[in-house]
Each structure stands twice: as C-alpha cells, then as structure tokens.
Design a binder for this molecule. Structure first.
Ligand SMILES: Nc1ncnc2c1ncn2[C@@H]1O[C@H](COP(=O)(O)OP(=O)(O)OP(=O)(O)O)[C@@H](O)[C@H]1O
Length: 272
C-alpha cells in the first residue's frame, strides 16, 4: 500500500509550516524523515496520518485521498505512533495494546480468541509479555513506548507511521525496535533523529528543512557531508562499509583536534 503527499502545505499560528511537500512511500518501503528541530517532520507525519488536513495539496493512500476514506477504514490500514502518545492511566499494559484492535470491533464483530493471539504476538514482539498485567502508570518511559508500538502492531496496519519511535529507549531496545519494524511486511514512515539509525534501517531518507523537502533518496545519496553540514550545521566524516551502509562520525572540537594529528587538512567545526 502506497502513501503519497501531493504538494501538501500546512499553516498554523499564522505561519507556513509545510511548503508544498511531495513524496510517495512505496509498498513495503521504510522511509525515514530527518531534519532539525522545527523543520516540519511531525507536521508532515500528522498530515500523512490524516489527523490534520493540508491547507492545499492532498494525501493519498493507494491513490485515494485520505479524506475520502472513513476513520475506521483509515485505522484498518494505517497506524500512527505519535511522539507524545499517551494512554489513560488506569489500564494495564495488555489493555493498552488491546486498544489496537478497536478498528475491527463492532456489534457484529465481537472480541475473539484471534484478537487475543494478535495482542499476545504484539506484546511478544516488543519484549513486553512479562509486564502485560502491570498498570500503565507504573511503567517506565521506554516500556510505555514499546507498548505504543505493540498497540500499533496489534492494529495490523499496512502502513506504520512512527514519530521518533526510539525516544526513551536504551540502545539495545532502539536497535531491536527498528529491526523489528524493518522486518514487518509494512510500508513504514519514521521520523528519526539518529542519522546512523536512518542510514542502517531506511530504504530511502527524506530531509526536511524549514518546512520544505530538500532531499529524498537512498541513504548514501542523501547523507553526504555537505548536506549534513548545510541542514544540521555540524561537520561529519562519512564512511561506507562493504554493504554500502553509511557510518557517520560527528566531528567535535575535541575529535577534530585528534583528527588533526592524523590528517593534514581536517574539517573545522562550524561556528567554532
Ligand atoms: N499548532 C501549531 N501552532 C503553531 N506553530 C506550530 C504548530 N504546530 C507546529 N508548529 C510549528 O511548526 C514548526 C514545525 O514543527 P514540527 O513539530 O512539525 O517540527 P519537527 O521537525 O517535528 O520538530 P522536532 O524535531 O523538534 O520534533 C515548529 O516551528 C513548530 O513550532
């Protein structure tokens, strides 16, 4: 299932936040969205999820404007894990994940053992089975974040939108979560801050800057030293391993001093 933004613009508080963004996420693709704070990543994700309407342009799911699909139909196709996602306090971890089944339930389609199995699998996938009966308010930030992902997986979407999904997670759970998402047979869009994670897991990367899409392509095309300097204002060294994956090393004043010993003409840290 594809998801497209066709020249979408969005304004808030009298400011133009998104300015004519166009992109298509192909079926089964893992697209990363990177960009500095305030560049419009979350705003774009909200439009792609259909929870905000563009001022102009359109968001299309398999070619159909998302606004023409009912909420239930969208929820059966697309799950969105928001950056500040919260859930009512007096529910257990398992009940939080069970909410993912809501788009499939109704008077003629009650809860069945199949829903139980789907919830079990989602909890297992994020390594949260052992905490299933704990109350939500007793869980750590990272445990809650894993449950948000489990709830999205229990929704059995075709498209998964994740806004900074590795927030609150320790490095082990960051890697295992991105690996888990990558292994799903899903179209994925994830806003990511860690450029090395974007390089490791994404098929393509979209770069946002000032509400505009300034680059879109494979990690090795997009993650160049010049672009990272232009967009993020930091200097980096980039190496590609034998598998073609970029590894980005950030140069600080200190590391540059060390680099100076090995290299005659190192990059300087911007603004230093
Ligand atoms: N409802 C709103 N009213 C006014 N301004 C808004 C609103 N929502 C977002 N903005 C502004 O739009 C810009 C883009 O915000 P957005 O949250 O999309 O950025 P982001 O790239 O996700 O940032 P971050 O990396 O910090 O999460 C910011 O300057 C933000 O202050």
């Amino acid at each position: 299932m594809t998801l497209s933004a066709d020249h979408v613009s969005w304004s808030a508080g009298g400011a133009d936040i998104l300015k004519g963004v166009s992109l298509t996420v192909e079926t089964g693709e893992f697209l990363g969205i990177i960009g500095p704070n305030g560049s419009g990543k979350t705003s774009l994700m909200s439009l792609l999820a259909g929870i905000r309407k563009p001022k102009s342009g359109a968001v299309l799911m398999d070619g159909t404007p998302i606004g023409e699909l009912g909420r239930r139909a969208v929820a059966q196709r697309l799950a969105f894990v928001e950056q500040q996602a919260e859930t009512g306090e007096r529910i257990t971890a398992r009940q939080a994940v069970e909410l993912g089944r809501t788009p499939y339930l109704g008077p003629l389609s009650p809860w069945t053992s199949q829903d139980d199995s789907i919830v079990d699998a989602a909890l297992e996938n994020v390594d949260m089975t052992h905490l299933a009966e704990r109350f939500w308010h007793t869980l750590s930030g990272g445990e809650r974040q894993r449950l948000h992902i489990a709830r999205a997986l229990a929704q059995q979407p075709k498209i998964l939108l994740l806004d900074e999904p590795t927030n609150h997670l320790d490095i082990g759970h960051q890697i295992s979560l991105l690996d888990l998402v990558q292994r799903q047979d899903l179209t994925v869009v994830a806003a990511l801050h860690d450029l090395n994670h974007a390089a490791m897991f994404c098929d393509r990367i979209a770069v946002m800057q000032g509400g505009c899409l300034v680059a879109l392509g494979q990690p090795r095309e997009v993650l160049t030293e010049a672009r990272i300097r232009d967009v993020f204002g930091v200097n980096v060294d980039i190496e590609q391993d034998s598998g073609g994956i970029c590894h980005i090393r950030f140069l600080t004043r200190r590391s540059q001093g060390r680099t100076n010993l090995a290299r005659p003409a190192p990059l300087s840290v911007m603004g230093a």
